[in-house]
Design a protein around this ligand. Structure first.
Ligand code: PLP
Length: 382
């Protein structure tokens, strides 16, 4: 059997990883400034993470959600504490799309409405409702277009006011748009959304799948503004590579048995991974490190050849170039051994490294990036 060929692949095959580094079969070393797409939050193979998973594997790896799993409670308690949402409830699942799917269903269960407001250039995943709320027709099958979704441009207050009404079920917005190329909602825009949702009886869902878990220096990106969503979704950095996702739910939503569910969600191993991640973020002050290293990178990227704009906060950065970024990323990985991320905006490179990168690792990236950009500075703008 062959693999269903849906992923364009790097020509490098990692076989080992530690901290911010990957090694290929030939023993060549690569800096991971992509974090496997914002997933590697505490660094590859962190010792505490390995220990928690190994010990759990020895005890019990899986049983279904028909029994009490105390690790789920420990994870919820620690997540509530570090995130500043101790009184929210947690539903555990397996991926970002699934978290958003459940968040949207929950909103609709609660107010009985169907219309969803999402934003242009958004990405919320590939399951039925999540992909319908994603502004990319190329990944929507005809069956996904039956939902009532309205797309509004980001940060356009008038357009948003016109779209929302008493028929709106929920508004879903990324803490910072990631796939789009790192586009932030303005604090005032988020405040307006919050007010309008409350006035219309619509729920505000913050998709923090990519922007959460300390990546921006705050636990959730929306905490850079002073708003409080009704539902928050999280995934990627939550398990540092182990599939786990969560829906943080305001207690105004009352749970009913059978309302939501999953076979694998919240299994022992996923919870052990999730707890280890939170322990390390707290013990090693990784949110502070994200703030510091993000500021250091931003400062040093400014003024480099071909750099048009640097967007984002902490270690969720988008570097928009005057030229197409594909060749630059290619040279970064092949000539300088640095992985970076692409974006829907073809001129933008995404930087999503582990939250515990060091200054010398940031310098390794900056040196390689500067060298590549210099060789392209004569290329005419795309
Ligand atoms: C903001 C956001 N939401 C949801 C998803 C979907 O997550 P998953 O691939 O785990 O389903 C992604 C993935 O890139 C994302 O960036």
């Amino acid at each position: 059997m062959n693999l269903f060929d849906v992923y364009p692949l790097f020509s490098i095959e990692p076989v080992k990883a530690k901290g911010s580094w990957l090694w290929d079969k030939a023993g060549e070393k690569y800096l991971d400034f992509y974090g496997g797409h914002a997933v590697i939050s505490i660094g590859h193979s962190h010792p505490h993470y390995l220990q928690m998973l190994e010990e759990q594997l020895e005890k019990i790896a899986f049983y279904s959600n028909s029994v009490k799993i105390r690790l789920q409670e420990e994870l919820a308690q620690k997540l509530g504490e570090i995130s500043g949402y101790p009184y929210y409830n947690l539903f555990l699942c397996n991926s970002g799309a699934e978290a958003n799917e459940n968040a949207l269903k929950l909103a609709s269960f609660h107010n009985g409405r169907k219309k969803i407001i999402a934003f242009e250039k958004s990405f919320h995943g590939r399951t039925s409702l999540a992909v319908a709320a994603t502004d990319d027709k190329t990944i929507q099958a005809p069956v996904n277009t039956v939902h009532e979704i309205v797309f509004v441009p980001l940060n356009k207050e008038q357009e948003f006011r016109r779209a929302i009404g008493r028929d709106t079920c929920a508004v879903i917005i990324e803490g910072i748009q990631g796939v789009a190329g790192i586009e932030s909602p303005a604090a005032d825009f988020l405040k307006l959304i919050r007010q309008e949702c409350s006035a219309a009886g619509a729920y505000l869902i913050l998709d923090e799948v990519q922007s959460g878990y300390g990546r921006t220096g705050k636990f959730f990106a929306h905490q850079l503004s002073s708003i409080q969503p009704d539902i928050i979704t999280t995934a990627k950095g939550m398990g540092n590579g182990f599939p786990i996702a969560g829906v943080l739910i305001n207690p105004l939503f009352k749970a009913k048995h059978g309302m939501l569910g999953t076979t694998f969600g919240g299994n022992y191993l996923a919870c052990a991974a999730g707890i280890a991640v939170l322990d390390v973020i707290k013990e090693e002050n990784l949110m502070d490190n994200a703030t510091k290293l993000g500021a250091y990178l931003t400062e040093n990227l400014k003024g480099m050849d071909a750099v048009k704009e640097i967007r984002g906060t902490g270690l969720m950065l988008g570097v928009e170039l005057h030229i197409n970024s594909a060749q630059i990323r290619n040279e970064l990985v092949h000539k300088h051994h640095i992985f970076t991320g692409s974006a829907a905006n073809k001129n933008t490179i995404r930087l999503l490294p582990p939250l515990n990168i060091t200054k010398s690792e940031a310098d390794f990236f900056l040196n390689g990036f500067e060298k590549v950009l210099k060789t392209h500075s004569k290329v005419s703008p795309a």
